[in-house]
Each structure stands twice: as C-alpha cells, then as structure tokens.
Ligand binder design. Structure first.
Ligand code: ADP
Length: 256
C-alpha cells in the first residue's frame, strides 16, 4: 500500500533513502488521487449529455409530444448534446495525445503580430454580435519560435473565453517584446475570477461556475489544453484577475 511510511531515524544514507521513498510514495498517491478524480470527472461529464439524449429521444420515440414546435425544440436539444459529446471527446483525446507526447509541434519563425491579427479577425463578428469592442495595441517585434497552427488554437481559445465570459466592454490584445520573449496579453472586462479559484482554472474540468460555463458551451477542458499547448512550445502562460474588473492572460514565447 502506498500509505505505508517508512520511519526516518537518521540523516545517514538509509535515512535519506527512506526519505526519498516516502516522497515517491506521496507523489504516487497524489498521482493516483488526481487520476481517479479525473476519471470520476470524465464519467460525469460524459454521462450528463447522454442523460439528456436518452431522455429526449425516449419522449419523442414514445410519441408523447404532439406539438411540432415542442418536437423541434427537443430535437435541437438532442443535436446540441450530441455536439457537446463530440467536443468533450475530441478535447479529451487531444489532451491524452499531448500527455503522451504524441503531438508533434512544427516550430517555425512566426510573425506573431500577423498571427494575432488573423485570430482577431476570426472572432470579430462573434464579439460584435455581443456588443463587445475588440482593440489591439500590437508592437512590431522580431519573429517568435512557435507552431503557427497551435498558436492560433491558443489565441482563438483565449479570445473565445474572453468573449463568452464578458457581458460588456472591451477585449484588448497587446503584443510587446520583453527580454528575449514575445509577450501577448489578452485582457477582458468580464466578471473576473475569484482569487481563491484562480490557481485551479488550468485544471481539467475546473469551472468557476459549472452551470453557467455549461450553458455557454464550455467543457472545462479549454484552458488545460491551452496551457499544455503553450508549455510544449516552450512558452509560458499566466493569469491575473480582479473581480468585477476582468481577466488578463499573459503568454510569452521565445524570440526566434
Ligand atoms: P470552459 O470550457 O468552461 O470555458 P476553460 O478551461 O476554458 O473551460 O476555463 C475554465 C474556467 O475558467 C471557465 O469555466 C470559467 O469559469 C473560467 N474562465 C476562463 N476564462 C475566463 C475569462 N476570460 N473570464 C472569466 N472567467 C474565465
């Protein structure tokens, strides 16, 4: 059993060896706990949409719905939940591949300013439909060493979150150069994240408001994937947030 601890009585070699074994046991236990928590989360997250699918499909199959309008409504729910299942499964698959080192990154020298502009253009309509302003303050900096496809995935994910979790105001993008790194900042004027929850938002399935995130189409896997993608490209990601004021995600990537 991993709970078994060896007594450490001396500071000699045996002592330090048993110390090391204790550390390893603790580490394994932590690993086992987070793994079973992860599997519990996965089954919960998969079961929820399946419950909806079964429920609404049964109601329709048993001819319990007379009104055409109501039927349509249920069919839409079924389509949405099926889509949701696909998204969760794809995200899980992507995370698993990254964790096993099975995703290859094609690092090249990339004009990050242009990459940001491209991503911003892709989400512009979504932001405008919500009445949000998108503003950029992008300096011209030397090229960075990144995988352009993965960088776009990261940017779109963070922009999508910024739009989803902001009711009104502005989403700002900034780019600057700092000590050999290209630094990208994505700031929003959204609800902000409570300080005690901030350390957990990169964890798989962690969501500040479960029901609200689900309503907005979230799976709770986005930031876990983003963090992995950034780190595997040799970059870093940090977050700062103030309740009622908004959130800033700060990415840095090495210059090429
Ligand atoms: P989700 O799919 O739920 O959006 P993410 O992994 O992308 O999952 O984010 C985890 C949680 O962090 C979200 O559920 C949300 O509560 C919080 N969050 C992420 N981005 C923001 C943001 N820009 N503003 C406020 N909260 C955010």
């Amino acid at each position: 059993e991993l709970e078994v601890r060896l007594p450490v009585r001396s500071h000699d070699e045996v002592g330090s060896l048993s110390g090391a074994i204790n550390d390893l046991a603790m580490e394994l236990k932590r690993y086992r706990d987070t793994r079973s928590e992860f599997f519990a989360n996965v089954s919960h997250e998969l079961r929820t949409p399946v419950t909806y699918l079964k429920g609404y499909a049964n109601v329709l199959a048993n001819g319990l719905v007379d009104h055409e309008e109501e039927k349509q409504q249920y069919l839409h729910i079924i389509a949405d939940e099926a889509h949701r299942l696909t998204v969760i499964i794809n995200d899980l698959f992507e995370l698993a591949k990254m964790e096993e080192g099975k995703i290859t990154f094609h690092l090249e020298s990339v004009d990050v300013r242009r990459a940001i502009e491209k991503s911003v253009n892709k989400v512009r309509i979504k932001a405008e439909q919500k009445g949000l302003q998108l503003v950029s303050a992008l300096e011209t900096i030397p090229r960075c060493l990144v995988d352009p496809v993965r960088l776009e995935q990261v940017l779109l994910n963070l922009l999508d979150n910024a739009i989803r979790y902001t009711r009104e105001g502005t989403i700002k993008l900034a780019l600057q150069q700092e000590n050999g790194f290209g630094v990208i900042m994505i700031s929003d004027s959204g609800s902000g994240i409570p300080p005690d929850e901030l350390p957990y938002i990169f964890e798989r399935f962690y969501r500040v408001e479960k029901s609200r995130s689900r309503e907005l189409g979230g799976t709770g896997l986005g930031l876990a994937i983003v963090q992995k993608l950034v780190q595997l490209q040799g970059g870093t990601i940090e977050v700062e947030s103030a309740m009622g004021q908004g959130t800033v995600f700060r990415l840095s990537f090495p210059l090429a």
